[in-house]
Write a protein that binds this ligand. Sequence first.
Ligand SMILES: [Zn+2]
Length: 55
Amino acid sequence: MSISTPFHSRKDSDVYHVCGNCKDAQNIPLEHRVNGKGDGRLCQECERLQKEGGC
Ligand SMILES: [Zn+2]
């Protein structure tokens, strides 16, 4: 398990991530990462990973 504090991309505040294993999250350059949920909803991939225990 590698659930981290919620973070999102400053370029896309519609979705936030919680899983270090999320591909979309990994595509966010470190300099674009912002802690917090922004204005968004949980990323679908993160949600799936959490359900499957692969987060
Ligand atoms: Zn995600």
